[in-house]
Design a protein around this ligand. Structure first.
Ligand code: SF4
Length: 469
């Protein structure tokens, strides 16, 4: 039976409840009064449950579909302003004992070179990332208890936090590794990681088992209950995601929201982020082999519906998507993007990218991405202050839901942008950025906060760094 508070994956992501939800959504896709009522609720910015959200996703009324997109834009701006957080992935190792059929690192792929970075190589990768201006990384590694044990991950996190090149410093390391034990999550917490990210890939159990035929990842419940163990292990911020294209997107959407409802019901706090990757070409992987791919219009609506359903959850889009889709996603709900990503092991140092996990669709430099964001009217942010100030988990969510987070985010975004402009930006990017900072400084509503920000900006210009941002 469906029970969002159950510790069992099959009860909180309940197959029959998803099927009922999809049927209910299909039956009501032209029910204008029901849909208008759901939109009224969404306008209050308190989120939607999975049934309501599924009706919006299925909605077949043009005027209401326009309203869904318009409202997503309003809510996005209401919670996040014009700030966009930037990060980069860092691939440590592509050794993997799993057999995920959509990933080139799967065990049966004998043609891909296997690589694992040493601590010295990690330090060089991090130096290259710092020299671009990155402050926030997402660490990636395949599942392999021999090559990539938890001790290797912990040592790597420690190495990353200790690299200091000129004014560079990685201030937040998010970790995307396989589902593990509570004990290992406690070790990751003690290593001061930021968000623990684990993509569900698909919530459909039968498909999940077929797509992961062997290896520890085959165990659907172990994988789906990983966030519960992570939160019990003391990790406050967890990031969910589905690999769209593996299963029917409406099924995944309902499963994803039920997972978020479960975390809220049990821990009082939903996911910190939701990622929306779509399947991409890679060595040994042809996206055409997967029949559930979604077009750009559907993808945009999906992003908008997630935004209305969990307005307080950050949304992430990677360089799997090209420039146009990324721009659209930013409008509709995405709050974090990767920039200048290399999706191969050692990719920031080496010319060879023969271990790519997926083909990148946005190949611009970080400077170009920052400039592009500013030209679109966004404020690129390298801020990591919440994590550094202990504003994680339910503390972060309370501040976000109450709107108080705005008092920290806008000044911090401007300060970290100023750091970037001064230390790493090209002249054209700097010129645009300085105008943007001057303009945005004056719209900080709180006079005291404006004064503090001005003083910090002056200190950054004088060469000081690290104001706990
Ligand atoms: S998705 Fe992860 S677990 Fe699966 S093969 Fe790729 S690296 Fe391994």
């Amino acid at each position: 039976m469906y029970n969002p508070a159950s510790p069992h994956a099959e009860a909180f992501v309940h197959h029959d409840e998803i099927l009922d939800t999809l049927q209910y959504a299909e039956e009501n896709k032209k029910n204008a009064s029901l849909i208008d009522g759901i939109l009224r609720k969404a306008r209050e910015r308190g989120g939607l449950n999975h049934r309501e959200a599924a009706v919006l996703l299925a909605c077949a009324l043009p005027a209401q579909n326009e309203e869904i997109l318009a409202l997503a834009k309003q809510i996005k701006e209401g919670f996040y302003g014009r700030r966009i957080v930037l990060f980069a992935p860092l691939y440590l190792s592509n050794y993997c004992v799993n057999s995920c059929v959509y990933c080139p690192y799967h065990l049966q792929n004998r043609q891909i070179p296997r690589k694992k970075l040493t601590q010295e190589e990690i330090a060089r990768e991090v130096t290259a990332l710092q020299d671009m201006g990155h402050k926030r990384l997402a660490l990636e590694a395949g599942e392999d208890p021999v090559h990539n044990p938890i001790e290797y991950i912990l040592e790597s996190v420690d190495t990353i936090y200790h690299v200091r090149h000129t004014n560079g410093a990685v201030r937040r390391v998010n970790v995307n590794i396989a589902a593990t034990s509570i004990e290992n999550y406690q070790k990751l917490r003690d290593a001061e990681i930021g968000t623990y990210i684990l993509f569900q890939e698909t919530y459909h159990r039968e498909s999940y088992e077929a797509l992961h035929p062997t290896g520890p990842k085959h165990d659907y419940c172990w994988h789906t209950e990983a966030m519960d163990r992570a939160m019990r292990g003391g990790i406050g911020d967890v990031g969910l995601g589905v690999l769209f294209g593996l299963e029917r997107y409406k099924y995944e959407f309902a499963g994803l929201l039920m997972h978020a409802e479960h975390l809220e019901a049990v821990f009082g706090v939903g996911p910190h982020t939701i990622s929306v990757p779509r399947i991409k070409r890679a060595d040994d992987i042809d996206p055409a082999a997967f029949s559930n791919g979604i077009d750009d219009e559907t993808f945009a609506k999906l992003i908008a519906c997630i935004r209305l359903s969990v307005p307080y959850t950050g949304m992430i889009i990677s360089t799997r998507e090209g420039i146009q889709m990324r721009a659209r996603a930013l409008e509709l709900g995405v709050s974090q993007i990767s920039g200048a990503s290399r999706t191969s092991v050692g990719g920031y140092e080496e010319e060879e990218h023969d271990t790519e996990q997926f083909e990148v669709s946005d190949n611009r430099t970080l400077d170009e991405v920052v400039r592009w964001l500013m030209e679109l009217g966004y404020i690129p942010s390298f801020c990591t202050a919440c994590y550094r100030e202990g504003r994680t988990g339910d503390r972060f969510m309370q501040l976000l839901k109450s709107g108080q987070i705005q008092n920290c985010c806008q000044p911090n975004a401007l300060m970290t942008l100023q750091e970037f402009l001064q230390d790493y930006a090209s002249q054209p990017a700097r010129a645009i950025g300085e105008q943007l900072i001057a303009r945005e400084l004056h719209v900080i509503p709180n006079e005291k906060m404006r004064g503090v920000t001005q003083r910090h900006l002056a200190r950054i210009l004088a060469g000081e760094r690290d104001f706990r941002v």
